[in-house]
Ligand binder design. Structure first.
Ligand SMILES: [Zn+2]
Length: 128
């Protein structure tokens, strides 16, 4: 992992974990107001540390209003996994290092600028 120091990785991990915590709080608030009374019961099986259970809970409830937050949470989760297995900072499409400035702004991104542009073009083309 050229150019990424252990200190930098620890910092990124902190940022990602902090962001994740915040997002979970927001998601849970939204679930609470959307599902109402059923919420506590549904979440009784999903404790804070058991994110996976809450992820499937969110998938089951398929609340469209959670869409962007869910995607961000998934991206953060994947970034944390890449931190663990040492592939963090490398583009998952072309394998090249992601621009440091880009990681600074979006620490959870799995794509370099070029591949992200490609993907966005593709998304626009298929949306038409
Ligand atoms: Zn790339």
């Amino acid at each position: 992992m050229a150019g990424v120091t252990p200190e930098r990785l620890a910092e990124v991990k902190d940022r990602l974990l902090g962001r994740k915590k915040l997002l979970w709080l927001e998601v849970k608030e939204q679930l609470k107001s959307s599902i109402g009374d059923g919420y506590q019961e549904m979440l009784a099986t999903a404790r804070d540390e058991e994110d996976q259970a809450t992820v499937s809970l969110m998938a089951e409830t398929s609340l469209t209003l959670l869409g962007p937050k869910r995607l961000e949470l998934e991206a953060i989760e994947e970034a944390l996994q890449r931190l663990e297995n040492g592939s963090y900072g490398l583009c998952e499409v072309c394998g090249q290092p992601i621009e440091p400035r880009r990681l600074e702004i979006m620490p959870e991104t799995p794509l370099c600028r070029g591949c992200m542009t490609q993907r966005e073009k593709l998304a626009k083309a298929t949306a038409r």
